[in-house]
Design a protein around this ligand. Structure first.
Ligand SMILES: NC(=O)C1=CN([C@@H]2O[C@H](COP(=O)(O)OP(=O)(O)OC[C@H]3O[C@@H](n4cnc5c(N)ncnc54)[C@H](O)[C@@H]3O)[C@@H](O)[C@H]2O)C=CC1
Ligand SMILES: O=C(O)C1=N[C@H](C(=O)O)C[C@H](O)C1
Length: 251
């Protein structure tokens, strides 16, 4: 049995994780903690893997604390920047188990979103124009979504590797309607009651368009990915920091 503790256990995602861990045959719930709880209660003697779904403003501190506790961590919270990731790597190197510590961060655990991202990186070099639209429930605190930022970076990287020019755009006046520019790619965020988590990547050439869309209609869509990550960390995932569920899929 893999002993799993959940941080952010009372949240929308955390409560689904608690249920998924309770229902899986090979996992058992250790501690379910939320805001105000002492994370140092989580330790190797009671926990094999921690799952962290909280809010971007606290996630880094939680992860640093858990590394200090010597437990492996699966993180679904968004808001990660290069600077924050560098702090995680530093903490692993200076932590209690620098050779074996595992931290896994995924912007999205839904297979539809991971595959959409994968197909997007394959398509990116064939199209002159690319824009990302993410659409979410109105209770989401961050915009654009972590997934959309990850997608935009993937598109930019593929375009750079192919030696492509910047996306064409003659806009001279912009009151914010062109979205946030992430690595040269425009990202638009919609917040609408009734939505859960959705993303569309629009690619364009003269006379043609490709749209890649992923829809998570329900939070159950994230649970197989979360459990896969937990199982990988408990077995053969590499030590150190790994980012993206694609690393655990045979793509
Ligand atoms: N990677 C993925 O596949 C997915 C990622 N997310 C991300 O997960 C995060 C959480 O999303 P939701 O569950 O919808 O948010 P939520 O607001 O429903 O839940 C957050 C929970 O964290 C708790 N919390 C706040 N501060 C804390 C602290 N210092 N220590 C422990 N717990 C604390 C809150 O009390 C709350 O229960 C967001 O960043 C969201 O973007 C959401 C869905 C899927
Ligand atoms: O807050 C959410 O709901 C989601 N957050 C993640 C993100 O910001 O990309 C993943 C998914 O889109 C749902």
């Amino acid at each position: 049995m893999i002993k799993v503790s959940v941080v952010g256990a009372k949240g929308r995602m955390g409560s689904y994780v608690v249920e998924a861990v309770n229902n899986a045959a090979d996992t058992q719930l250790a501690l379910a903690l939320d805001a105000g709880d002492d994370l140092t209660r989580i330790a190797p003697d009671n926990t094999d893997v921690v799952v962290e779904f909280t809010v971007p403003s606290v996630s880094l501190n939680n992860v640093l604390t858990l590394i200090g506790q010597g437990v492996d961590v699966v993180v679904g919270t968004t808001g990660w920047t290069d600077e924050k990731l560098a702090q995680v790597k530093e903490a692993i190197a200076g932590g209690p188990k620098p050779e074996t510590q595992k931290v896994f961060i995924a912007p999205n655990f839904a297979i539809s979103a991971v595959l959409a991202d994968y197909f997007t990186t394959k398509a990116a070099r064939y199209f002159e124009s690319a824009e990302v639209i993410e659409l979410h429930h109105p209770t989401k605190v961050d915009a654009p979504s972590g997934t959309a930022i990850h997608t935009a970076h993937g598109i930019a990287e593929a375009r750079k590797a192919a030696g492509m020019a910047p996306v064409p755009d003659a806009t001279e006046t912009d009151g914010g309607s062109r979205g946030q520019v992430v690595d040269g790619i425009h990202v638009h965020a919609v917040r609408l009651r009734g939505l859960n988590a959705h993303e569309e990547v629009l690619f364009g050439n003269a006379g043609e368009q490709l749209t890649i869309r992923a829809d998570s209609f329900d939070r159950t869509s994230f649970m197989p990915g979360v459990l896969l990550a937990v199982r990988k960390l408990a077995t053969d995932a590499p030590a150190g920091l790994t980012i993206g569920l694609d690393h655990f899929l045979d793509l």
